[in-house]
Design a protein around this ligand. Structure first.
Ligand SMILES: [Zn+2]
Length: 209
């Protein structure tokens, strides 16, 4: 698991860590490695902009983000090219799933708003492994939806830089960004590369201390 420095409860898994959202054996292994409870909260991900406030483990509904102020309740998102994003406040934590549709739906803003609704202040955010502008070839529709973040793939075709778009929506926070491209790096699951149903997970939690 990748543990961004300066975060109290943030971890990004790779293909080898497996899909701890759906695979209970993998969930136990990841939980034990991180020293966190094995009962996680998750959502049925739908590429939208909704963030749910949760206080118990299990399926919270259809959404693309979760937030909690309950210590010891791990939140998870599963991805294969989309961005897993974790936001930490003083006494709450949020986790988001965002591809271009999530960026267009401004899910980062939804996460920040949900944290403020809990009376907390967002302090820092981590953008985990995702498909990079090096590989994320897109058409005009996606470029228009994402806004001012046009880029080029390594083969020179039009792409967008989703991480920079996400970081733009997280302005004012201290933002950590993984430089891993899930499409280029065989150690990560990539839907675009393999049309896979396999996923890697990100996990966020407030320590129980
Ligand atoms: Zn790439």
């Amino acid at each position: 698991m990748i543990r961004p420095a300066g975060f109290r409860g943030a971890a990004f898994g790779d293909a080898g860590d497996g899909n701890g959202r759906d695979d209970l054996e993998r969930r136990e292994l990841i939980s034990d490695e991180l020293g966190i409870p094995r009962a996680w909260a998750f959502v049925h991900q739908v590429h939208g902009g909704v963030v749910l406030n949760v206080d118990q483990p299990g399926l919270a509904g259809s959404a693309d983000g979760l937030i909690t102020d309950r210590p010891g309740l791990p939140l998870t998102i599963a991805t294969a090219d989309c961005m897993p994003i974790i936001i930490e406040g003083d006494h709450s934590v949020a986790i988001l799933h965002a591809g271009w549709r999530g960026v267009a739906a401004e899910i980062m803003g939804s996460g920040i708003k949900a944290m403020k609704a809990l009376g907390d202040t967002p302090r820092r955010a981590a953008i985990g492994p995702s498909i990079g502008p090096c590989c994320y070839e897109v058409g005009d529709e996606v470029r228009a939806a994402v806004g001012d973040y046009a880029s080029r793939t390594t083969s020179g075709t039009p792409s967008v830089d989703l991480r920079s778009a996400a970081a733009g929506q997280l302005s004012g926070l201290d933002v950590w960004r993984s430089d891993v491209c899930t499409h280029s790096d065989p150690g990560f699951r990539s839907y675009r590369r393999d049309a896979t149903t396999e996923r890697q997970v990100a996990v966020a939690w407030l320590p129980e201390d």
